[in-house]
Structure formats: structure tokens, C-alpha cells
Design a binder for this molecule. Structure first.
Ligand code: PLP
Length: 392
């Protein structure tokens, strides 16, 4: 089937919620993708920060194959080992409390919001509030889109739930002032991904920790895009000034399969009790086995060191290019701000034609999220393609 036939079929049967580039990918290996015509691409988008271990990593593929041949799914009303092992592995590699498994980032944040609200009720707060940062993105369910100021449209999706308050992302004093006696949680990404790769300043992160400590509110960090090694540590908060009380993870966690998780620190393990939360597919053996394999690949000090080294090489090469105003981010999560007169989506389109997959989260920014298994040759190749696209 040609791409134009596929487009016609899609427009007949799928809701038009995505703007897709006219390319059909049919195969992937490491940082390479192939389209239906056999053209080869260098993938610096990794399925929007999902394929951190690269496409079809042998250890993840083998784990999926092995588990798929044995047991794909069981109800959460029975036991199965991979999901429990995943909880152990995740908690031990992060906050040390307990884990609620689910199937996406939005669901992981929903769990965190429910947990924070129930925790606040137990502290005597009748109308708890979650403080979020301007331009943050936490998902597209009704609660998580309300927590994502840019897409929280009352007009389109109202009535939106109450209990969310937005503050500027770069104002430590405003954040501290916004957190008070009715705050259940402060929720943010340490590097805002969908907003165009904007790191939250350390003083704002430290102020959030201070304000939570002073009031009893929970510090909830969304690691859905920044986690699983993306920034050069398994979790991005490890490189910042504050340890969260609760963390959400998804995207690369499942090694390509849909897995999300809400992880607590000790002391919050029992906030959500039996029957108060759940999800049919959560923690099922197939997805959990893929996630365990993904953690096995990505939670590796040598790989994480390499992410920091390659990220620095990529950032400094990009900074040198004509047309680049600024490079933001950490590790292999980079945003490239373009000079006035350049159009991000047009540059990303030229890159795709040139065999490089990148994304433009806004008209002035390119976003690079390559698989973490790339080498310096791929970094240099991507910079070469981008240089030509920016000249054009
Ligand atoms: N939080 C962040 C920081 C994200 O980047 C995303 C997705 O892009 C989400 C939450 C939502 O994740 P999902 O699309 O898996 O629901």
C-alpha cells in the first residue's frame, strides 16, 4: 500500500488527532529506521523519547519473545512475577517506596494526583490544590490536561476539574508563595519537554522542595520524558537539588510497550488502598518483562556516562551551526532554538527528506531525542544533515 493510499484509509477510519509526516516506517534497528520504499533514516526522535534502547534491542526483543510464548496477560486479581519484579526494580532504582503500575504517562500522573489528593485529605485539607508550572505537560486525560496549562482549554473540554493552580516556571518566589495550607502537591518536569526543552532552574526546584517541606505538600516529579537515562542519569532529578516524594515514569520505561508507573518514597506506600485505584492491563507479564529488560539495558553507569559525553558533543556542535540561537537541555534531550526567520517545522521536514528524523515542538524550536545507544559517528552525521537543512 502506498503512503497516499494509507492516508486515504486513515482519513476514513481514524479520528484526525495527529498531524503526520507523509512517511511510513516499516523496520527499525538501533538508531536506524527504514520506510516502506526502503529508504534509511537516522532516528533522532526515538518514537518521542520512547525507544531509548534503540529499535529492536536484542535483549528487549528476546524478553518480549520469550514472555509472549509463555503468558501475555493475567488479571491483577492474581499474581504474576514480572510485574512484581518490575515494582522492585523501579523502587530500588529511584525513591525506595512502592509502585503503582499502569500503561501510559497520563495514567502515571493520574495516579500521582489521586495519591496526592488522598494524602491531603488525610492531612485535613478539604479542597486540595496541585500547583503546576506554566507550559508544563502532563498528559491528555481530563485531570492531566488540566495540569497542563497550555492545553487546558475550558472552552473545548470544560468543565475542567477544580484543584489546579499554575505558576511561572522560572520564579522561585512565586512558587513558594503559591504553596500553602491547601496544597496537596507541586507537580513539574525538571526539563519541560513538550514546551520545547526548557530546564527548570535549580532555584525553582529547590524552592518547590522547601515549600513542600514547610507545608507537608508532596513534591511530584514527572520523569516521563526525562527519565530512563535520557539526561545522563537514570532519573533527571538525580542531577538536581531536590529528591521528590513521588515520581511518574512512562515512555521509555516499557522498552516500546505501553508501561507507566507512579513511584513513591517510603512513608507514602499505603496512601492508595485496595480498590481505590487500578487498571486492567497494568503490570501484565508481557509489558512488565519488556520494562525489566529496558531497565536492564538503560540502568547502566557506562551507558549513562556515554549519554552525558555524547550529549555534550552534540550540544556543542549544534551551537556552532548557522541559524542556531541557543541549545537547551541535558544529556541526549536537547532543544535547538532557531534564529528569527527560520521555521522549525520546515527545518524538521527538510531533515526528514535528508534522512534524519527530528521534531519541532514549536515554530522556533527543534527537539532531538536520539536513542541512547548512538555513537559519535551518528552524532556527527545528524549534525551534518542539520547543517545542510539550516543552510537551505
Ligand atoms: N508527561 C510528560 C512530561 C510527557 O512528555 C508526556 C507525553 O509526551 C506525558 C506526561 C503523557 O504521556 P502519555 O502520552 O504516555 O500519556
Amino acid at each position: 500500500m502506498s503512503v497516499s493510499e494509507l492516508q486515504a484509509l486513515e482519513s476514513r477510519w481514524l479520528m484526525p488527532t495527529y498531524e503526520r509526516a507523509p512517511v511510513e516506517f516499516v523496520r527499525g534497528e538501533g538508531a536506524r529506521l527504514w520506510d516502506v520504499d526502503g529508504k534509511r533514516y537516522l532516528d533522532f526522535f526515538a518514537g518521542l523519547g520512547v525507544m531509548n534502547a534503540g529499535h529492536c534491542h536484542p535483549r528487549i526483543t528476546e524478553a518480549i519473545r520469550e514472555q509472549a510464548g509463555r503468558l501475555v496477560g493475567v488479571s491483577n486479581l492474581y499474581y504474576s512475577e514480572p510485574g512484581v519484579r518490575l515494582g522492585e526494580r523501579l523502587a530500588e532504582s529511584s525513591l525506595g517506596g512502592r509502585v503503582f503500575l499502569c500503561n501510559s504517562g497520563a495514567e502515571a500522573n493520574e495516579a500521582a494526583i489521586k495519591l496526592a489528593r488522598k494524602h491531603a485529605h488525610a492531612r485535613g485539607i478539604a479542597k486540595p490544590e496541585v500547583v503546576v508550572l506554566d507550559s508544563g505537560f502532563h498528559g491528555r486525560t481530563i485531570a492531566t490536561l488540566t495540569a497542563s496549562p497550555k492545553i487546558a482549554s475550558e472552552e473545548l473540554f470544560g468543565p475542567l476539574p477544580r484543584g489546579f493552580r499554575t505558576v511561572a516556571r522560572d520564579d522561585a518566589a512565586a512558587l513558594e508563595a503559591a504553596v500553602g495550607g491547601s496544597t496537596a502537591a507541586v507537580l513539574f518536569e525538571t526539563i519541560q519537554g513538550e514546551a520545547g526543552v526548557h530546564p527548570i532552574p535549580d532555584d525553582v526546584v529547590a524552592a518547590a522542595r522547601r515549600a513542600c517541606d514547610a507545608t507537608g505538600a508532596l513534591l511530584v516529579v514527572d520523569e516521563i520524558q526525562t527519565g530512563m537515562g535520557r539526561t545522563g542519569s537514570l532519573w533527571a532529578w538525580e542531577q538536581g537539588p531536590a529528591r521528590p516524594d513521588v515520581m511518574s515514569a512512562a515512555k521509555a520505561l516499557g522498552g516500546g510497550l505501553p508501561v507507566g508507573a507512579c513511584v513513591t518514597s517510603p512513608g507514602l506506600e499505603d496512601v492508595l488502598a485496595a480498590g481505590e485505584h487500578g487498571s486492567t492491563f497494568a503490570g501484565a507479564p508481557l509489558a512488565a518483562s519488556a520494562a525489566l529488560a529496558a531497565l536492564g539495558v538503560l540502568d547502566d553507569p557506562a551507558l549513562l556516562r556515554r549519554v552525558r559525553e555524547l550529549g555534550a558533543r552534540l550540544a556543542s556542535s549544534l551551537t556552532e551551526l548557522d541559524g542556531v540561537a541557543e541549545v537547551r537541555g541535558r544529556g541526549l534531550m536537547l532543544g535547538v532554538a532557531l534564529v528569527d526567520g527560520l521555521d522549525g517545522p520546515a527545518v524538521a521536514g527538510r531533515a526528514l527528506d535528508g534522512g534524519l528524523v527530528i521534531n519541532a515542538p514549536d515554530p522556533m524550536t527543534l527537539r532531538l531525542l536520539p536513542p541512547l545507544v548512538i555513537g559519535s559517528a551518528e552524532v556527527d552525521e545528524a549534525v551534518g544533515v542539520l547543517a545542510r537543512c539550516l543552510e537551505a
